[in-house]
Design a protein around this ligand. Sequence first.
Ligand SMILES: CC(C)CC(=O)SCCNC(=O)CCNC(=O)[C@H](O)C(C)(C)COP(=O)(O)OP(=O)(O)OC[C@H]1O[C@@H](n2cnc3c(N)ncnc32)[C@H](O)[C@@H]1OP(=O)(O)O
Ligand SMILES: Nc1ncnc2c1ncn2[C@@H]1O[C@H](COP(=O)(O)OP(=O)(O)OP(=O)(O)O)[C@@H](O)[C@H]1O
Ligand SMILES: O=C(O)CCC(=O)C(=O)O
Ligand SMILES: [Fe+2]
Ligand SMILES: [Mg+2]
Length: 337
Amino acid sequence: MSAMQTRSTFPGGPGRLAVLQRHLVAVPVSGQVSTAIYPTDFQYTLNNNNVLTLEQRQFYEENGFLVIKNLVSQEDLESFRNAFERICKKEVSAPGLVIMRDVAIAKSEYVPDQKAITKVQDFQEVPELFRYCSLPQIIKYVECFTGPNIMAMHTMLINKPPDAGKKTSRHPMHQDLHYFPFRPAEHVVCAWTAMERIDRSNGCLVVLPGTHKGTLKQHDYPEWEGGVNKMYHGIRDYDPNNPRVHLVMEKGDTVFFHPLLIHGSGMNRTAGFRKAISCHYASADCHYIDVKGTTQEIIEKEVAEIAFKRYGLETAIDLKDAWMARGRIVKGVRTSL
Ligand SMILES: CC(C)CC(=O)SCCNC(=O)CCNC(=O)[C@H](O)C(C)(C)COP(=O)(O)OP(=O)(O)OC[C@H]1O[C@@H](n2cnc3c(N)ncnc32)[C@H](O)[C@@H]1OP(=O)(O)O
Ligand SMILES: Nc1ncnc2c1ncn2[C@@H]1O[C@H](COP(=O)(O)OP(=O)(O)OP(=O)(O)O)[C@@H](O)[C@H]1O
Ligand SMILES: O=C(O)CCC(=O)C(=O)O
Ligand SMILES: [Fe+2]
Ligand SMILES: [Mg+2]
């Protein structure tokens, strides 16, 4: 990056240049520094103290995701793993915490084993796990997408089980924005950290690069013979011939991705439980939308059904209220969400 500089003698003088620099970059031509200035529209990233290199910004703008190697320490990951195990053993619980079993297990005999747990969600009241969402090296990158007021909106530790033979360990191709009633999408980002090496054998993330530039698609439960997990909606009429990229990640590597990026994960063909921890962040300046009459209406309905089954709540809870209760400020001021 240091080799790339914007021209210092810009027509109109340095003041004019400073104004335009936000939108101008010098482009290297075959290994040399070009003096030409090309306008670049950064739509999905912010210039946060040059945390992202120009290449990284351009990569995210173009592809909708960015992998940062070795961002979370082995010690931190060990402590998250311990906290997860204590939740599975019921030594730790917290308000709002959701514990989900794989559908293949949930629909069969009850197995009172920690290994039956596919993921824990909404751990904002479990300090040992929520610490992940406040890690300074993660927040530093998140700020490049959200700006300075940062809310942690949705938290998960995914423990993808060895597939029970029905391919239910897969996560269908989807866009996370389908679940979120807040906008704008470009000020929402997911951080997803591999807690061990994750590749095709244990079900890595699969992404369709560039799809963040599209719109929110209609989602439904996929018609999978072996069954599909609750709330694991997939893109309707998903075309399996789309060019896709498998994100092979080492322990501690973290991917940041846009909520419209189409992604999923393959089945776990190993005997181990594939672990990842993630948080969806949004700018606190985002606003809630009403999903009535949109493709997201089915989510509101399903959330209300689950709340009714779990808490006996007859009056449908507002999606906005559910998210307001979950969200936590991790940097700056809680302005809107
Ligand atoms: C981007 C990001 C947002 C992506 C996301 O994934 S967001 C999705 C949001 N997900 C959620 O809100 C969590 C969904 N899961 C849950 O709420 C829970 O795990 C539940 C599915 C309700 C199960 O809760 P639990 O306390 O275990 O309740 P029960 O054991 O009494 O089961 C209640 C009924 O649910 C069924 N069930 C449990 N686990 C699963 C499953 N994995 N897949 C499909 N069905 C399942 C269970 O068989 C039971 O069904 P019935 O006997 O009522 O017919
Ligand atoms: N009909 C479908 N609808 C939605 N998503 C699907 C569908 N079929 C597959 N997927 C998703 O596509 C992604 C890739 O699936 P696949 O089972 O091929 O895994 P993989 O990691 O590519 O494994 P493999 O090595 O077998 O190719 C996963 O996220 C999977 O859930
Ligand atoms: O860890 C995974 O398999 C990805 C899960 C995912 O994309 C999600 O829950 O939204
Ligand atoms: Fe997702
Ligand atoms: Mg495949």
